[in-house]
Design a protein around this ligand. Structure first.
Ligand code: SAM
Length: 244
């Protein structure tokens, strides 16, 4: 949700790829995709992972879904991938995908128990029997939000060459739901946009309840992109859940 702005949603979406360059997490999902003929990217954002998969020769069905039209506008720069507007809970495909992914902590955008359960049920339906849902979510025990408040502003240059600075303010932490703002300003500190959002930090124990309730079994849980096993002190957990 935008609180105030002199910078368009489209400009912010263009900044997303600048702020989130290709890295180990994207490479992890790309690797999973090489073994799947049909892939659904839930909360695909600007679609960087699907685009890279196609560029690197993935010849199967690639579908990206996101509720944010500005992010999808950037994704649609590439037209050899199917892009759809919508939320995870509204997915209507049935038994069509070998792999569904939710990368970049998109799973943390699911705030209520009902939204998590409804989204998992819809993703489960979209997969073929035996299909995999892969997603990452930060560990609440690592309390990443304490660092976000202290971070120095990140200096970025947008696609139009504007020099900007981004920082975060954590407004509230209640029951694992963090309310924060992403603040975009010029380098001299003039505010040009404030976006307010919420992220839910789901405990591993809760994931262990939500996933089986939706018909998934947990095939693996990693604590890093090198596939080392998740522990209680991992900063995030990557889960591979199999449709039973
Ligand atoms: C942090 S971005 C991650 C984007 C991309 N997956 C990546 O790896 O860079 C989170 C994305 O989740 C999307 N999102 C928010 N709520 C959602 C929901 N209920 N269902 C699906 N996607 C959602 C947002 O619009 C946003 O594009």
């Amino acid at each position: 949700m935008t609180v105030e702005s002199t910078c368009s949603d489209h400009e912010v979406a263009l900044l997303y790829d600048v702020l989130n360059p290709w890295g180990a997490s994207e490479a992890f999902y790309l690797d999973l995709m090489t073994g799947a003929d049909s892939v659904l990217d839930v909360g695909c954002g600007t679609g960087a992972i699907l685009k890279r998969a196609r560029s690197e020769g993935h010849a199967g069905r690639l579908v990206g879904l996101d509720p944010d039209v500005s992010m999808l506008e950037v994704a649609r720069e590439r037209d050899d991938i199917a892009w759809h507007e919508g939320k995870a809970s509204g997915i209507a495909w049935e038994g069509e995908f070998d792999l569904a992914i939710m990368s970049g902590n998109a799973f943390q955008c699911l705030i209520t128990d009902e939204e998590i359960a409804g989204s998992l049920a819809a993703i489960h339906r979209a997969l073929v029997p035996g299909g995999t849902f892969a997603f990452d979510t930060r560990n609440p025990l690592a309390k990443a939000w304490l660092e976000w408040d202290q971070l120095a502003p990140m200096n970025v240059v947008d696609r139009e060459g504007r020099e900007l600075a981004i920082n975060y303010d954590v407004l509230d932490v209640t029951d694992g739901v963090v309310t924060l703002t992403e603040n975009t300003s010029t380098r001299d500190g003039t505010p040009i946009r404030v976006d307010r959002g919420q992220l839910r930090f789901v405990e591993q124990e809760a994931l262990g309840r939500f996933l089986p309730q939706a018909g998934f079994e947990i095939a693996a849980q990693f604590g890093d992109w090198d596939r080392s096993l998740s522990t209680r002190s991992s900063t995030f957990t990557v889960t591979l859940a199999r449709r039973t």
